[in-house]
Design a protein around this ligand. Structure first.
Ligand SMILES: [Zn+2]
Length: 444
């Protein structure tokens, strides 16, 4: 079953950065079979894209879907103050609320051009089961790929950690649950729709022992590792006080600087830290809007890229980036890089690359992130005939400078998830209504 998507600017994001000005994309089932311009191949069906821009589907490398339930709280707070205010509210989460939150967050991401979502879930109140299963179900229904995670916190306030004691778990429970979810959900190999990562939360909410045991388990099961790191200067001070070293040094001690690890934020990395990330192959999820919202700072992404570090983009949770729009992060990544390093610090195409190839590299996925034969048919179609792009001759750069936009069409594994700017498999208004009903539990 082949489909030819024609009459579009195809941005392949291959190694050479090939673009086809009057291009086409041939899909065979769930994979891309050819891409090019000029003479068009025969196909079972043909779709005319009317001069739109086609990019690989965006890949979100850091999120907390449950946080759609607690938007616009602690509005002027720094990270630690914000967390202290929200932990008790988050402790009300159950599978029903998680499902409603995940549907909301995943729908929003799909409508922003995102085809693969990594979600970092680390709040597991006692007795609430099925949280990860609920978000995976939501992803399956909406039609996007998900890399879920079994996050964790085991360092409560009374042991010097930040979260309240009632929100931390026993180490053995965390490891057993991680192993159970891995055997239940994780699909190895190309084309995976559902995968699992092992993701203890942060240096200030997890013991060193759980970090080490998590790494050992992940390496035994062949799962990737993820955590938050170097997000704020307060975190750095906390690490120095508790562990007598800075966050990157702490991670190194725990065996966490490695090519199966990626860390969210990495705002406060020194030149030495950057060199260590590069030599160890450790990846970074850059979350510019969230970092600005919490006043954390701006990550030195240009330096990271020049050192050869894998960098992808993340919206982060929607309680610290109230907009779950990954295309906004593409634009934001370009803007903050320029704010740090001047107008040449990042091009529009560099920013698209971070959101696509960069994300695939961070998640260690060679089957997604570019439009090349043999890769998954995951792509986003951006209309260029609207008000915001009138007179933009360079339509590819134009969509970034004028972003964000609602995607016109989104395809995951050859299947349409968004068509004419609307979800194919779900009703946006119904998702928002169900979410409002659940979110009432989280007010006050
Ligand atoms: Zn986060």
């Amino acid at each position: 079953m082949t489909t030819l998507y024609r009459n579009a600017v195809i941005v392949t994001m291959d190694d050479a950065g090939t673009e086809h000005e009057s291009g086409w994309l041939l899909i065979d089932g769930s994979t891309i079979s050819a891409v090019g311009s000029g003479a068009e191949p025969d196909a079972g069906s043909t779709v005319d894209l009317n001069g739109a821009v086609v990019t690989p589907g965006l890949i979100n490398t850091h999120h907390h879907l449950y946080q759609t339930l607690t938007r616009a709280r602690a509005q002027e707070a720094d990270l630690f103050t914000w967390l202290r205010e929200l932990y008790p509210v988050w402790s009300r989460i159950d599978a029903e609320a998680e499902y409603a939150a995940a549907r909301t967050g995943l729908a929003e991401l799909a409508l922003s051009g995102c085809t693969t979502v990594f979600d970092h879930h680390y709040v597991f109140p006692q007795g609430r089961e099925g949280l990860i299963e609920a978000e995976v179900q939501a992803a399956r229904e909406i039609g996007v790929r998900i890399v879920a995670s079994r996050g964790s916190m085991d360092l409560g306030e009374s042991d010097g950690g930040l979260p309240p004691d009632e929100l931390v778990e026993e180490l053995d429970t965390v490891l057993a649950e991680t192993e159970r979810l891995a055997s239940l959900l994780h699909e190895p190999g190309p084309g995976a729709r559902v995968q699992l990562a092992v993701a203890p939360c942060s240096p200030f909410s997890v013991t060193g022992r759980l970090m080490e045991e998590s790494a050992a388990l992940a390496r035994r099961l062949g799962l990737p590792l993820h955590t938050h790191l170097a997000e704020t200067l307060e975190e750095e001070e906390y690490c120095i006080e508790l562990y007598r070293c800075r966050p990157v040094e702490y991670l190194d001690r725990l065996g966490w600087l490695a090519d199966d690890v990626w860390c969210a934020h990495c705002v406060h990395l020194s030149e030495v830290d950057i060199a260590q990330f590069a030599s160890s192959g450790t990846g970074v999820a850059h979350c510019p809007t969230s970092n600005l919202r919490l006043g954390a700072g701006v990550a030195p992404v240009r330096d990271m890229l020049e050192a050869g570090i894998r960098v992808g983009l993340g919206v982060d949770g929607t309680a610290s980036n109230e907009r779950g729009d990954l295309f906004l992060e593409v634009k934001q990544a370009m803007l903050v890089a320029r704010g740090r390093g001047g107008g040449t610090a990042m091009t529009a195409r560099d920013a698209i690359r971070l959101g696509t190839r960069g994300g695939a590299a961070v998640l260690r996925r060679e089957d997604i992130g570019s439009l090349e034969p043999g890769k998954c048919a995951d792509f986003a179609v951006w209309r260029t005939d609207g008000l915001e792009l009138a007179r933009a001759d360079d339509r590819v750069a134009g969509i970034v400078f004028a972003g964000p936009h609602r995607v016109d069409r989104l395809v995951v594994g050859g299947e349409e998830v968004v068509r004419d700017g609307a979800l194919v498999n779900a009703d946006e208004a119904e998702i928002a209504q169900a979410h409002r009903a659940q979110a009432r539990t989280f007010t006050g």
